[in-house]
Design a protein around this ligand. Structure first.
Ligand code: KDG
Ligand code: MG
Length: 405
């Protein structure tokens, strides 16, 4: 199965996506997602200049060797750009191997551990009442786990939420310079317990609740937040503090039993290692696109299982359906899968470009049974949605200090 060509596409059907297509000499192709939000063109150059020329003519069946060649063979290892490039190649090779074998990728990983994949979805509101109204709407659609985010009174814009009730994600593909948001830990603490108290009063105890702090708190503030929210029985608290210094999580864990999840920006098993082997987290959120593909995520899942840590892959709007499909195969196989973040299958434009038969039913997604990953990419449709430079917001304190500690 000789690699004959590798194409790299960038399109913006609502959000920017970088898609890799590996074509073998018999015309079979495999797809991979290489999207790094706000840095898309850096990955395109990395791939076209530094990866593609080294892979032409190689045997597409040699997934492991190609992964090791791109990772260990490079003097400059790791980081989001190189790992997204490796990830996309890796996904495309698994897609190809599945097509060659006539099997969906989860079968190549070891087969099904479950019949469907449980999801958590987002309720983002302009105030507590709006957030809980949205949560009720999602529960009525069958979802069993809801992430609650509410605007903070006194702050103009909060990460994940817009005060004017617009859909936060609608803007994701149209921010040519990073918008600025303001953060106040004091104002956040004045709001947050009320959100979860009212949520339990209104939504009852039968629903899983989650919350994402987007790394806005210091470790000791997270410890305080954990203690405050323990009685509301969250499935997990996501990205409460950064783990650039992973020992920060010793501080948090010494104070609270709230389940912790982190890892959506992690790029390798090395980023996960200390947190997992010291049992400082309960869910690892590494994504196939950003942590080196299916090959790397399978290793992270196995390592996590030894320490009772479950997987909860990142599922933001800026991961393409190819990444979701890769997660679906891993989630269907991994014995220690926990939950998948889910923001829908995308708008109509996205669904023209990426086609698949993953099925949403009663709060769960069901993996495609098609050989490979089970996603296709319409190049002509993609060409109708050219790349638009766009960024995630940056965060400052009320006095102007850059934040995210
Ligand atoms: O991928 C970056 C963003 O889209 C961000 O909103 C992701 O925190 C995020 C999440 O949990 O999806
Ligand atoms: Mg998050």
């Amino acid at each position: 199965m000789k690699i004959e060509d590798i194409k790299v596409f960038v399109c913006c059907p609502g959000r920017n996506f970088v898609t890799v297509k590996i074509v073998t000499e018999d015309g079979t192709y495999g797809l991979g997602d290489a999207t790094v939000n706000g840095r898309e063109m850096a990955v395109v150059t990395y791939l076209t200049e530094h990866v593609v020329p080294c892979l032409i003519g190689r045997d597409a069946h040699m997934i492991e060797d190609i992964w090791q060649y791109l990772y260990r063979g490079a003097y400059w290892r790791g980081g989001p750009i190189s790992m997204a490039a490796i990830a996309a190649i890796d996904m495309a090779l698994w897609d190809l191997k599945g097509k060659a074998a006539g099997l969906p990728v989860y079968q190549l990983l070891g087969g099904k551990s479950r019949h469907g994949v449980t999801l958590y979805v987002h309720a983002n509101g302009a105030d507590v009442d709006d957030t809980l109204g949205k949560a009720e709407g999602l529960i009525n659609q069958g979802f069993k786990a809801i992430r609650l985010q509410s605007a903070i009174p006194g702050l103009p814009v909060t990460y994940g939420v817009l005060g004017d009730k617009k859909d936060y994600y609608d803007l994701q593909g149209n921010r040519p310079v990073p918008p600025e948001e303001t953060w106040s830990t004091q104002k956040y603490f004045a709001m947050i317990e009320g959100l979860f108290k009212q949520a339990r009063d209104r939504l009852g105890d039968g629903i899983c609740l989650l919350h994402d702090v987007h790394n806005r708190l210091t470790p000791i503030e997270t410890a305080r937040l954990g203690k405050l929210l323990e009685k509301y029985d969250l499935l997990f608290l996501e990205d409460a503090s950064l783990a650039e210094n992973p020992q920060s999580y010793d501080v948090i864990r010494n104070h609270t039993t709230i389940p912790l999840a982190i890892g959506e920006t992690f790029n390798s098993v090395w980023d996960c290692k200390y947190l997992i082997e010291n049992q400082l987290i309960d869910f690892i959120r590494a994504a196939a696109t950003h942590a080196g593909g299916i090959t790397a995520l399978r290793r992270i899942a196995d390592f996590a299982a030894i320490y009772n840590v479950k997987t909860a892959p990142h599922g933001a709007p800026d991961l393409s359906p190819v990444c979701l499909a890769a997660h679906m195969h891993l989630n269907t196989w991994a014995p220690n899968f926990g939950i998948q973040e889910f923001v829908g299958f995308g708008n109509d434009d996205m669904q023209r470009v990426f086609t698949h038969d993953m099925r949403l039913d009663d709060g769960m997604v069901y993996v495609s049974e098609a050989p490979g990953l089970g996603v296709d990419f319409d190049e002509d449709a993609a060409n109708e949605y050219p790349y638009k430079r766009s960024y995630l917001p940056v965060s400052r304190l009320e006095d102007g200090t850059m934040w995210n500690w």
